[in-house]
Design a binder for this molecule. Sequence first.
Ligand code: ZN
Length: 189
Amino acid sequence: MLEQIDIESLVIVEYPSPVLRRKCEPISDFDDQVKRLAIRMCELMHSRKGVGLAGPQVGLPLRIFVWNPTGGPGDDYVSINPILSDFDGLAEGDEGCLSIPDVTVQVRRAVSAKLTAYDVEGSLYEIVGQDLMARIWQHETDHLDGRLILDFQSPGEEIAHRKILKELTAKYQKANPSKRASTSKSRRR
Ligand code: ZN
């Protein structure tokens, strides 16, 4: 599906764009388009000072995310068709999302995990990470399965975010008059 895409024109899509709720497809061709996509996603992540960005957040339901735990140059990673395993520990932490501006949700995540993924060249790698790194991986992997931090909201957070989500929905509908926003009730654990 990437052949037709003008990678340079990709931008970060926001809630309630339906692509954010899609179950994403694996990437099978490790070609130049995938490399361009990874570069563009890193640019977009840095432009918003984020620590991670997933395929659906640029409108593409593909199993790819980029991440950078420090914000520093040289610390960009690309994870394609990622699998998480070897979870250990649990900790609460505040998470935001570049696709849901001004919303912070407290999410319980594993403290450590193992990430197995392909890089842009199609080579498989494994990293064991803790704390922020493991949290980013879990947040981004959720994106690839259509799961958002909104699905982890407490009743109090839900009330606190009602206004901003309404505003985001109005903004989306104004920009996409023909498309139907996916505002169906979020899934809960
Ligand atoms: Zn996110």
